[in-house]
Write a protein of this length. Sequence first.
Length: 202
Amino acid sequence: MDFTKVSENLKARGYTVQCFSTAREAADYLDGAIDGRTVAFGGSVTLDQLGLYERLGTHNRVLWHQRQGTGGDGRPDPRKEGLAADVYLTSVNALTEDGELLNIDRTGNRLASILYGPGKVCFVVGRNKLCPTYEAALHRARNVAAPQNVRRLGARTPCAAGELRCHDCKSPDRICRGLTVLWGPMLGREAEVVLIDEDLGY
């Protein structure tokens, strides 16, 4: 895939952009670029597929609630600790060709860390997340990414049990509780987008 257009638009919005042909190349880059730091992970199948938790954990302090739990019994919550991390790694539910980044969240830890706290946020994005317009990106976030994440998490919602689409439900298990649309990096923060020419995550 030619990432030229989206890469140029992201740079114009203030992001640093890296493009890779494969997930392995992207993982090698991130493993080399992040060293001796505190790194927090947002919920992301993409990051899991890249094996970054294991690789970065050999020479960084890593925080990820999907591997370490959410605290309790005197243990700190990695999601809260992640707000003060040096680097925050996540993906997106959708990315427009114009450079808008969309994410849906359930508890808000990912959205909060994207917006404020960590010194740098890095979005790792497979080609399947790229959408031509904002409308297409919002549709993808709600009707493709969110329902698949619901099924992965074992939540009980209409989209988990039935057709793969948003039912705009009122279920207690609903994960679509907040949406962020980034038009550019938040002021005073370093932000990088890593584009990968492979289908990754949901």
